[in-house]
Design a protein around this ligand. Structure first.
Ligand code: CA
Ligand code: CA
Ligand code: CA
Length: 506
């Protein structure tokens, strides 16, 4: 779920989305035990591996399949195991040994888990895949095709998204209203530099309006794509916003241009790529996020911004066989990009919970019917809590933690403004939004300035600078939930990011 503005309307929208989805679920079948057929006794083995279990038709589900070794040969073997178990390959990433598969065989996961080339398999959702879903591999849904594009419910979501929390203002120079830029000294940094067009920030989100007057010149259309089908679609429409202006708002905070209109982003000379991972119902599934990370790295992104958690679990638990496999698949993509020098930045989330001491989750899975789960230390928000990801909490204009922001000692890396942030919205205008979604892009922008200042630095070299330069923010004396020292604590991590240091410090 992308961390949309913190309003009652957002919560209602999420709830209505949950209720609208069929109760019928693949939970039981996806979690079925890995029963393995008795091994052969030396008789001749058929070239085509036989399914370990019979094919029994049920609901169409998507799966992340993790290969034992990240290479072409093993990945091809895993693809054959998918086919043998009555599955279809949706996407295949041999660089990380991950295959995304689709099947209506209720024994699919158990059968594929039995293959020697496969380390783990997990259902990416609890709701079945609809024929209208971009990953659908079955026969065309003729009923859906006959409906005019966009259902009534999508329309109303679009209207809500476009209007909610947006304070419409005319497109005059609006820098005076950008308290956030002053707070991180971006205004002072811009006296030195606006950054560099050689730096690319990938915005994994709901799309960026391609012809927004404050963004168009900075969008690298040749390095933008939609990932909703599980593989990159570089057509213009595939990375455009449809039902949400979230990605357009995030993009403006990073790199709205210094061009005489509207606002100015943290790193206004930088390039942006729109990598669409949020579907029309507001969900970010693992198959889209993995595609997004892999595409961003392949197209030379220096930084990615991730203002979302991967659905349908707010926290993915390693103690669950499906959730563990999906978390592994996403982590493989994230760690691959980081080994290649990409810095991934993620919002900490808007549930006002202590990520270092999780207790209970009542909101997941959000694609069927949420259950009450006790959380243990294996349960994490992805991608925010994956190793090496820059995890960002949100601050207000008075410099304290935003009430909605998640926190946690040893989890939060840095803080940035996220309450009442003015930025670009679809329709060519401007509006204010609040959320850790709005904090994360400030950090992505500071990293873009750092990359411009230190063109040879990448990965942890950049994050080391980011953390060292951040301005310490001590825990407020009355804040019982803030644990740690002024130099590093659970509300602000290593402190408020510093755009001026990013362009002036050696
Ligand atoms: Ca501007
Ligand atoms: Ca982190
Ligand atoms: Ca500093």
């Amino acid at each position: 779920m992308s961390f949309s503005p913190i309003t009652a309307r957002t919560r209602r929208r999420v709830l209505s989305t949950c209720l609208a989805v069929s109760l019928a679920t693949g939970l039981g079948l996806a979690g079925a035990g890995a029963a393995v057929a008795a091994p052969g006794d030396g008789s001749v083995v058929a070239a085509q591996p036989a399914p370990a279990l019979p094919v029994v038709t049920g609901q169409v589900m998507n799966y992340a399949v993790n290969v034992t070794k990240a290479n072409n040969g093993q990945t091809r073997k895993a693809e054959r195991a998918v086919t043998a178990a009555a599955g279809t390959v949706v996407a295949s990433w041999p660089e990380i040994g991950v295959v995304i598969a689709q099947s209506d065989n209720v024994n699919f996961a158990a059968s594929v888990r039995a293959d020697k080339s496969v380390a783990s398999v997990g259902a990416t959702r609890t709701a079945p895949v609809a024929a209208s879903d971009p990953t659908w591999k079955g026969a065309p849904d003729t009923a859906a095709l006959q409906r005019t594009g966009g259902s009534a419910s999508q329309q109303s979501v679009a209207e809500q998204e476009g209007l909610e929390a947006a304070t419409a203002v005319t497109a005059d120079p609006l820098e005076a209203r950008q308290w956030d830029m002053t707070a991180i000294k971006a205004d002072q940094a811009h006296q030195v530099t606006d950054g560099s067009k050689k730096v690319l920030v990938a915005v994994l989100d709901s799309g960026i309006q391609g012809d927004h007057p404050d963004l168009a010149a900075n969008i690298d259309q040749g390095r933008s794509a939609g990932c909703l089908s599980g593989t990159p679609d570089t057509s213009y429409a595939a990375w455009q916003p449809t039902t949400s202006d979230h990605g357009t708002h995030v993009a403006g905070t990073i790199a709205a241009g210094r061009n005489g209109v509207g606002i100015v982003g943290v790193a206004p000379a930088s390039k942006l790529s729109s990598v669409k991972v949020v579907n029309d119902d507001g969900f970010i599934y693992a198959e889209a996020a993995i595609c997004g990370f892999m595409y961003a790295e392949a197209t030379g992104a220096d930084v990615t911004n991730n203002s979302y958690f991967i659905d349908p679990w707010e926290f993915w638990c390693g103690s669950d066989v499906d959730q563990a496999a999906v978390k592994t698949a996403v982590d493989r993509a994230v760690q691959f990009t980081q080994r290649k020098g990409v810095v991934n930045v993620a919002a900490a989330g808007n549930s006002a919970v202590d990520l270092a001491n999780k207790t209970v989750d009542t909101g997941s899975p959000n694609d069927t019917v949420p259950v009450t789960r006790q959380l243990d230390e294996t349960c994490t928000d992805i991608p925010a809590e994956l190793d090496g990801v820059v995890t960002v909490s949100s601050t207000t204009s008075t410099g304290t933690k935003s009430s909605f922001s998640n926190y946690g000692e040893g989890v939060i890396d840095v803080a940035a403004p996220g309450s009442s942030i003015l930025s670009t919205v679809t329709g060519g205008g401007y509006g204010t939004k609040s959320g850790t979604s709005m904090a994360s892009p400030h950090v992505a922008g500071v990293l873009a300035l750092l990359k411009a200042t230190h063109p040879r630095a990448e990965g942890t070299q950049l994050t080391d600078l980011l953390y060292a330069q951040a301005d310490d923010v001590a825990c407020p004396a009355t804040a019982a939930t803030c644990v740690g020292t002024p130099a590093d604590n659970g509300w602000f991590g290593e402190g408020l990011v510093d755009a001026l240091d990013a362009v002036t410090a050696p």
